[in-house]
Design a protein around this ligand. Structure first.
Ligand SMILES: [Zn+2]
Length: 94
């Protein structure tokens, strides 16, 4: 979780946005499948799979959070659009 706190400072994450990590048991109920993170825009919350948050590189985790902020900024569930916004907000800051 400490890494998430550090990474969020490098991205346009609102102060009132929440991050929660979910255990495998929670994840299998909440988000079965292969995703590493998902967001509930209405609740201003991003859920990250705990095993992923622990094992991912800083760069991969940052990319995941940027993608979720892409959803927030476009206010949409469109994956290509979220990726496009993520590329914009991470541009030049690697
Ligand atoms: Zn997405």
């Amino acid at each position: 979780m400490q890494r998430i706190v550090s990474i969020r400072k490098t991205l346009p994450v609102p102060a009132d946005w929440h991050f929660f990590t979910l255990s495998e048991a929670e994840w299998s109920k909440a988000a079965p499948g292969t995703h590493t993170a998902y967001s509930n825009l209405a609740y201003k919350t991003t859920f990250i799979r705990e095993t992923y948050a622990e094992s991912a590189s800083d760069a991969a985790l940052r990319q995941t959070i940027a993608h979720e902020m892409g959803h927030r900024i476009c206010n949409c569930t469109d994956e290509p659009e979220a990726n496009r916004v993520a590329a914009q907000i991470t541009q030049g800051s690697h």
